[in-house]
Design a protein around this ligand. Sequence first.
Ligand SMILES: *[C@@H]1O[C@H](CO)[C@@H](O)[C@H](O)[C@H]1NC(C)=O
Ligand SMILES: *[C@@H]1O[C@H](CO)[C@@H](O)[C@H](O)[C@H]1NC(C)=O
Ligand SMILES: *[C@@H]1O[C@H](CO)[C@@H](O)[C@H](O)[C@H]1NC(C)=O
Length: 405
Amino acid sequence: MGKHILEGPLLDSPPPLGSNRKKKWSLSLCFLFAFIAITFVGLTHHGDIGVWLIGDVNSSRYNERLQQNADVVESEEAVVAADDGRCSKIGISMLKIGGHAVDAAVATALCLGVVNPMASGIGGGGFMVVRSSSTSEVLAIDMRETAPLAASQNMYDNNGDSKLNGALSMGVPGELAGLHAAWSKNGRLPWKTLFQPAIKLAREGFVVAPYLGNSIATKAKLLLKDPGLRQVFAPEGKPLRAGEICHNIELSHSLELIAEQGPEAFYNGEVGEKLVEDVKRAGGILTMDDLRSYRVETPEAVTVNAMGYTIVGMPPPSSGTLGISLILKVLENYVSSNAVKGSLGQHRMIEAMKHMLAVRMNLGDPDFVNISSTVSDMLSPSFAKEIQRKIFDNTTFPPEYYLPS
Ligand SMILES: *[C@@H]1O[C@H](CO)[C@@H](O)[C@H](O)[C@H]1NC(C)=O
Ligand SMILES: *[C@@H]1O[C@H](CO)[C@@H](O)[C@H](O)[C@H]1NC(C)=O
Ligand SMILES: *[C@@H]1O[C@H](CO)[C@@H](O)[C@H](O)[C@H]1NC(C)=O
């Protein structure tokens, strides 16, 4: 997003070539995306999806929308969509005080790390794609976790579960390095400012949303065994439930230090040292060397075309852009935009998603695996056509059917 982010209307730009084709699909796509959002979010949010999800830059409109339980927000200036409405609002607050879209994204991400700690946070990683509205230049940031230096191919041999749970399953965190890289290039607000809302939430407490509540309930046994987690998520000996207040004082201290000292506090300072100590005690292999040598990557973004749209997104190891492109190309083969409407449309979309998720299994980190043929399959219209031929309107199939041959 460039300088003109708040001036450039997002929806009113002159229609580029191919706009007729877009129009035909756009209504169906609204439905499609709404469905995808509800599918993924609805599974975990049993509360009012609208309330937890969406923020509009115009807060009076925001409140109005919330009261209607709408899951659609419109704005001609800017929209922040996070998987928790409190964080969307924090993003919007950054825009309102003159922040760049990246400032909003950083503050939103830090907030998510507080209210959805099981899903993301400064101990994790991510991807960011920034496209300048003035120059169309795209910056893609790969801030995914990497394997610690002491990791080895057979480190999980004795205990398959350690691949998923516990200190051995973690990577070298990349989120802060990535957010800082994006902010260094585009940010307009002080680094410190972006942290204040998240610090406040962690320190003063926040209401446990249904998403976190479910996660705490599912992991209750593990949580209760760990003194640190127990203190935060079961402060009175009982796991917190949705609607109760959670305080994360230690996290607020870490965020304060990183706000003051920059990512150095994490990658070469006090916060990192504490982390390494904790991880070591829990049986992990993370070292200060790992943290000191962590670097974000800035690969070239991928650009895909589907249904008359150009989609700019993250290249592998992210599978999102290739995945959405493949699903759209499969559905495009139905030609009529009615094809993705109603329950039959949902069936077709779900089947397309199953095939995509199966093909996606052949992707991997391009630094280590040759994925060129899977990538070209996922981008190929004829491959999409082949998948569409395997989708039947009257049935689903056993899992083996979806595996790539
Ligand atoms: C916000 O929305 C309300 C109602 O839709 C409108 O009256 C007001 O002018 C808007 N404010 C801004 C800053 O756009
Ligand atoms: C990757 O695999 C493709 C065929 O699938 C091959 O043409 C290409 O040379 C391979 N690239 C490398 C770097 O090995
Ligand atoms: C499902 O549809 C296919 C082709 O459209 C047809 O060949 C097949 O017999 C149908 N199966 C059932 C159980 O109706």
